[in-house]
Write a protein that binds this ligand. Structure first.
Ligand SMILES: CC(C)(COP(=O)(O)OP(=O)(O)OC[C@H]1O[C@@H](n2cnc3c(N)ncnc32)[C@H](O)[C@@H]1OP(=O)(O)O)[C@@H](O)C(=O)NCCC(=O)NCCS
Length: 177
């Protein structure tokens, strides 16, 4: 389902639009994911136009089927954040897995908090009972955001990630709706 667009003023005074992603966002989505990849962000890899078109097409289809709740943030016509809740299926269809990323240069101004509010509200409306997510233990900004909106640590996989010669725990957090 498409969410209702909303506007808020970020901490630095910029006007932010929170809305559902559209097919017309393809070029912006490529720039967005490549900026995360260039930064060295954990799970992002540079994409070609055809790979991103494939990703976006699948995302729109999953949203239409009710398998995905998603929201992006737009500033001056540019997509600067992507987020979503993937619904689980069968006996776990009341669970949703949450993911979020904000482009470098747009962090720490409240966009993550606003996207969280929207996803949590939409997840409740969709009848979900539990949201969960994972973060690297070293990701202090993510931890701060998730705790701020009420997520609690539910456990961790020690040394789950091996990067640059160092082991990092993967932390799971949960929010009951
Ligand atoms: C993690 C992320 C989503 C947070 O979103 P954001 O828009 O920067 O967060 P907000 O500005 O809404 O800040 C929310 C809270 O997070 C915490 N926070 C934000 N940046 C922080 C930082 N650099 N260090 C510590 N805590 C921080 C604070 O508690 C903040 O609350 P406050 O505004 O009351 O001080 C964003 O930084 C990001 O996309 N990072 C790269 C991708 C990523 O890590 N995704 C999550 C993977 S699990």
């Amino acid at each position: 389902m498409v969410i209702q667009s909303r506007i808020f003023i970020a901490k630095d005074g910029r006007q932010i639009v929170i809305r559902s992603i559209r097919w017309e966002d393809l070029d912006g989505a490529i720039e967005f994911i490549n900026s995360l990849a260039d930064e060295g962000f954990e799970t992002a890899q540079r994409v070609t136009r055809s790979e991103e078109a494939d990703w976006l097409g699948k995302r729109l289809a999953r949203r239409e089927k009710g398998e995905l709740i998603e929201a992006v943030a737009e500033v001056d016509g540019k997509v600067v954040a992507n987020s979503g809740v993937e619904k689980r299926t069968g006996a776990m269809s009341h669970l949703g897995y949450l993911g979020m990323a904000i482009m470098p240069g747009y962090r720490g101004i409240g966009i993550g908090t606003e996207l969280m509010k929207v996803l949590i509200e939409e997840a409740r409306l969709a009848g979900l009972k539990v949201l969960f997510l994972d973060h690297y233990e070293t990701n202090k900004a993510a931890r701060g955001l998730y705790e701020k909106v009420g997520f609690k640590e539910a456990g961790r996989i020690p040394k789950a990630i091996h990067r640059d010669g160092t082991y990092v725990d993967l932390v799971r957090m949960v929010l009951e709706l």
